[in-house]
Design a protein around this ligand. Structure first.
Ligand SMILES: Cc1cc2nc3c(=O)[nH]c(=O)nc-3n(C[C@H](O)[C@H](O)[C@H](O)COP(=O)(O)OP(=O)(O)OC[C@H]3O[C@@H](n4cnc5c(N)ncnc54)[C@H](O)[C@@H]3O)c2cc1C
Length: 349
């Protein structure tokens, strides 16, 4: 017989680990179990951009994401302080090129709406590229959008940091079969969980969308993130720069990289010529868990009575993790349900 747990979490990706951590912080005895390994799924990745949706057409899901991004700094700093492992978190901001009149008009509109919706806690503004330093992306207008809400962390290390923090609070994180489900049970099993739901329900409740990314050996200091079209460039604290990400519904192998990544790398080198002379030190691929609603799937588990689910992180699982973790701890430990309707499993069933 193992530890008597108040909370058992199945799946040691960022949703499972962050939720376990939020429960451990509140004094619960937690046990996390993963059948393959810690961060063995898409949480073991390399990109780690934590960026907001555009500040417009505001709704409760955008508010949830905003609160998650705003709380990320204190969330990850506490994880680091308790476990002693760096997550690579820093709110470095993001730059995006403005290449058309339409993009410029939208950028000005969003500057105004960010004033309202972001409550003065972060800015979305138009700046001249010559003021943005060496790490400014190429732009035909000479103008860029700068947002000061975006941050980065290192996904794989953030998971290691969560494990260390959970263990420091007396929690257990282990690899093996999930047979001893004690206390409140949370299923955070990513693509496998969506597949099981789809099979039992006899329809597509969610699926895996493949993504590929690369890591360059280049020290960009605390430079901001850049997103230009489908190219994301994320400078990390450890002297590397991550470039992401492809997006594929159809694929032969979930974790093999191919020519699509090489094409992305070539486009990134066009946006940032300094990448062209840096070595690519890692190529990585995995499946993102995408719920049919495209939103996170949080709440009562549709198959397991009195158990819970946290899934559907899709492209923004790390950005949403602090909010998801606190919402799941509220629900499982205090019976407090503040989950937006669009995030409920029913939205994809
Ligand atoms: C190329 C790429 C780039 C990305 N970039 C970003 C980004 O910049 N910013 C961002 O926020 N997000 C990004 N994401 C998305 C992010 O990685 C995911 O949203 C997030 O990792 C999902 O976490 P998860 O815990 O739900 O799933 P996973 O990390 O997949 O974890 C699920 C875990 O459950 C385990 N498991 C499954 N079934 C069982 C079972 N029956 N018993 C026990 N264990 C089980 C698996 O082994 C796995 O470890 C990216 C993803 C990819 C692929």
């Amino acid at each position: 017989m193992g530890l008597a747990a108040d909370v058992t979490v199945v799946g040691a990706g960022v949703f499972g680990l962050a939720s376990a951590w939020a429960c451990a912080k509140r004094g619960a005895r937690v046990r996390v179990i993963d059948r393959t390994g810690i961060a063995a799924g898409c949480s073991g990745g390399v990109v780690g951009m934590l960026s907001p949706h555009a500040p417009e057409r505001w709704n409760e899901t955008k508010e949830f994401q905003f609160q998650s991004l705003i709380s990320a700094e204190s969330f990850w700093r506490e994880v680091e302080a308790v476990g002693g492992v760096s997550t690579g978190y820093d709110r470095v901001g993001r730059l995006q090129p403005i290449d058309t009149d339409r993009a410029l008009g939208l950028a000005h509109e969003r500057t105004e709406s960010a004033r309202t919706f972001w409550q003065g806690k972060a800015h979305w503004r138009v700046i001249e590229s010559c003021t943005a330093g060496d790490w400014a992306p190429q732009t035909t207008s000479g103008l860029l959008i700068e947002d000061t809400l975006s941050a980065r962390l290192h996904p794989r290390r953030a998971c290691e940091a969560l494990v260390a923090a959970i263990r420091a609070k007396g929690g257990v994180v282990e690899v093996g079969a999930a047979i001893d489900l004690q206390g409140q049970v949370l299923w955070a099993t990513g693509v496998a969980g969506l597949k099981e739901l789809s099979e039992v329900k006899g329809k597509t409740v969610g699926n895996g969308v493949k993504g590929q990314a690369a890591v360059f050996g280049l020290d960009a200091g605390g430079a901001p993130i850049t997103s230009a079209g489908d190219v994301l460039v994320v400078p990390h604290a450890d002297g590397t720069v991550a470039v992401g990400s492809t997006s594929e519904r159809e694929y032969a192998s979930a974790d093999a990289t191919d020519d699509l990544l090489e094409e992305l790398i070539a486009r990134a080198c066009e946006v940032f010529p300094m990448l062209a002379t840096a070595p690519v030190i890692e190529r990585w691929a995995n499946l993102r868990p995408r719920a049919k609603s495209r939103a996170p799937m949080l709440g009562a588990h549709p198959l397991h009575t009195d158990q819970f689910i946290a899934n559907g992180g899709f492209k923004i699982g790390f950005g949403m993790a602090p909010g998801v973790a606190e919402a799941m701890a509220d629900l499982m430990l205090d019976g407090k349900d503040a989950i937006p309707d669009r995030f409920r499993p029913e939205a994809s069933l």
